[in-house]
Design a protein around this ligand. Structure first.
Ligand code: SF4
Ligand code: SF4
Length: 175
């Protein structure tokens, strides 16, 4: 009996102790807690330092996505550079796992900390390329895939770049 009264008293004391203290609760959306830069939320498509689209429509992000929410169509410009003619992400299905970012060889697709991406109309969660493209390089502002692999430039030929193997002769792969 005494132990019960003691327990109730301790409970009231704890309540009293916190009654006049500033609450720990942070009101949302009045207060928007800053998130770490590497938090995984809304996805963007970034550009290289020259402002060109980084995405080369290799389909790796689409292949690795566990919920199949990325789709695109590849195209090639007059210089032979591949790009995504259209690129679509269905955020209604995305689980923000970050695998697409891990798989991307050009650092094009990146997850950002912007988590305020909820809509009542589920169809408005389907983002097209124009909604995804940003005009900066995101977490990797200086990286330019085309300065590292598979291209001729002023200094080096195909296969001569850092860590790059010589181009494969596709005819040798024929059966
Ligand atoms: S974060 Fe995960 S689920 Fe979302 S698009 Fe990328 S791979 Fe797919
Ligand atoms: S975003 Fe990256 S992985 Fe996806 S198609 Fe473009 S270059 Fe390939």
């Amino acid at each position: 009996m005494l132990a019960d009264v003691g327990a109730i008293g301790t409970g009231f004391l704890t309540t009293l102790k916190f009654l006049f203290k500033k609450p720990f609760t942070q009101e949302y959306p009045e207060y928007k807690r800053p998130l770490p830069e590497r938090s995984r939320a809304r996805i963007v498509l970034t550009r290289d330092p020259d402002g060109r689209e980084r995405c080369v429509a290799c389909y790796l992000c689409s292949a690795v996505c566990p919920v199949s929410c990325i789709s695109m169509q590849a195209g090639e410009d007059e210089n032979g550079r591949r790009y995504a003619v259209w690129f679509r992400i269905n955020f209604g299905r995305c689980i923000y796992c970050g695998l697409c970012e891990e798989a991307c060889p050009t650092s094009a697709i990146q997850l950002t900390p912007d988590f305020e991406n909820c809509k009542r109309d589920i169809l408005s969660l389907v983002f097209e390329k124009k909604d995804l493209l940003v005009d900066h390089g995101g977490k990797d502002p200086d990286y330019d895939y085309y300065q590292h692999a598979g291209v001729l430039n002023r200094l080096k030929g195909k296969g001569d770049h850092v860590g790059e193997a010589p181009p494969t002769n596709i005819k040798t792969n024929l059966p």
